[in-house]
Design a protein around this ligand. Sequence first.
Ligand code: ATP
Ligand code: MG
Length: 737
Amino acid sequence: MSLSALHFKLVLLVCTAAAAAAQTKRGCEDTCGNVSIPYPFGTSKNCYMNERFFVNCTTTTTSSGQATTSLIYGINLPVLDISIDPPELTFSDNVSNHCYNSKNGFPWHVIWFRNFSISNTKNSFTVVGCDTYAYFQDLNSSFTTGCMLSCTRRTRFEEGACSGVGCCQTNFPQAIKNYNITLMSFSNYTDVHNFNPCGYAFVAKEGSFNFSKRDLLDLGNRRQFPVVVDWAVANQTCHEAQKDQSSYACKQNSTCKSSESGMGYYCVCKEGFTGNPYLSHPDPGCKDTNECDDGKHRCSRRCHNAEGSYTCSCPPGYRGDGYIDGSGCKFPFMEISLGISVALLFVFTFVSTLCWGHKQRSLKQLRRKYFEQNGGNYLLQQIYQQQGHTDRAKIFSEDELKTATNNFDESRILGRGGQGTVYKGILPDNTLVAIKKSRIGGDPRQIKDFINEVAVLSQINHRSVVKLFGCCLETEVPLLVYEYVDNGTLLEHIDPLKNEHPLSWETRLRIAVETAEAISYLHSAASIPIIHRDIKSANILLDHNHRAKVSDFGASRLIPLDETQVTTVVQGTLGYLDPEYLFTGQLNEKSDVYSFGVVLVELVTGNKAVDFNKPEQRNLAMHFASSLKEDNLWEILDKRVLDQKNEEQLKEVAFLARKCIRVNGEERPTMKEVSMELEGLISMEKHPWGKQDDMMSEECEYLLGHVADGYGNANASTSTVYDSIQRKIAFEIEDGR
Ligand code: ATP
Ligand code: MG
């Protein structure tokens, strides 16, 4: 700190002290010795309010030449202190004493206050001695109180307490203006003078005297104690005084209070003000207290002084009333963090919504693109043309199929094939479906074919053909939605490794019939001939009753009615593929006949079309044909189902299969013929006339002749029945029966 700043501070301190001490009128003595003299007291005229407040400041010189200054009130009361709030005047008074062998008789001690009264709350009358009694007497009302003490050397005295042993204290009522203390002895200290030669009596301020046993010996002849006196401005009540403003003593910013002693009133500065309430401008009266500077405020952050009071406030950004006893000032962390969070959340939501909207738009565009790319518009056109058909292909949305397959969950996969993955799905109406991701390229010709297939296949309603419900073209890879068939594929049921319980021969025969019927229907009964192109046991699904359902038209081609052959890229499955089609690329219905023949071979032999584990019969069809050629049929028939009852049927089917797998397509029967021959075998089983030994050959001939004659030209059905019976006889002859 610089020197000038220090100097300034010192000056300020002195000025402040002077202002604080200046409780008197301007130009008046404000102290006498070390006692300050606040107005209404004063030592000279115009300095005190009226005569009752006159105090005399005297200086006396002792014999040793030392000057002492003392302030005297009344006749001769040395003033120790004058206070205006509370209105008190403290003077010092001598102790009255009476001693052993005293020649002066018992002392009297009289005090006159004239206008003021002794404070009954702050003083008490005290007597010390062991052969003593003393009175305190109000000279105005002739009221007397006092106490007496008698003790011996052996008496137990209590140090520090005026308990009635060697020391007693008594109170007196208020409003006593003059009193007299009388001190006496019972036996003139004759018995006690060794340890208590004198008795003492005095009025003293509470707490100024602390009894000790030593006091009995000598309290001190010259000992003085402070006595507190209550003073009042006038002998009026506040109410009376306020009526006459000219004599009313309480000045600006002060209030009136009734005196403690019950006599008169006094003044105090109002709250928020300090100074002398009896003075007013230009004298230093009640001035505003700057609570903010003197540290008396109760503000937690900011204090603002006001006339008679102060207010608190909080810095910007803070919350609260600013008062320590109130809500104080708090930084609104919660609100701010909440606000920031809400703002961030808002921004996040806004950005997310934008992104989501953008994503949705892109997704929509992508779906639209795929839909167009996958021939969606063409399919819609096709569907439109099919108005009136109840079984029109349905176009599924991607979301629908996602919901149906639990977002194409792994657990929903039914199997994977050469053309994609098949998922199990559940539509909202609880229909079970198989959803297949098919694969087609972007070639427009291919797309057109694919859409044609979807449109046509969806109309096929045959109990042995897996129904195509519709498709979804919004995905990159089109999705086909099929009827769900719950008992796996025929391949799984034939393969001894996959199925411990082989299908019975009856079931196999029925499956063969149902499959043949379905393929035959596709070839001839549908509005446009359809070649399946991938007939195999893996594409023949079985339901819980082992009813066959031909599936997977992913590779099928529609043949315009005026064409019988279509040149295509060779497609099919190894082991089932028509060799003629393989070499020429010419696709016709007979290709399906070949493939079905292989399935028949699988049914009678219980072997798979291609089995790399069996080198000698890797290609089942070839092995079968050569076995038949070498008359080894028995060796390759499935022993698990072969028995005496069905050996004929097995042979029949084997023979039919051989016809189906002929290399030259033209030599193969049509699917219709195959289907009828198989049906014939089943009806033969139901009406086993062919097995009756006693059956007349004439009857046979008649029946055959009748059939031929009756219908003119023998149709496919009759000719196959005829064929089968002929073969049966041929086999029996061969077997030597
Ligand atoms: P390819 O692709 O050469 O036809 P694949 O027939 O073995 O071979 P997918 O047709 O893709 O293959 O079929 C895979 C599997 O999905 C099948 O083996 C079958 O178990 C199951 N599956 C196919 N379609 C259905 C359906 N409609 N109902 C129940 N399961 C089916
Ligand atoms: Mg398949």
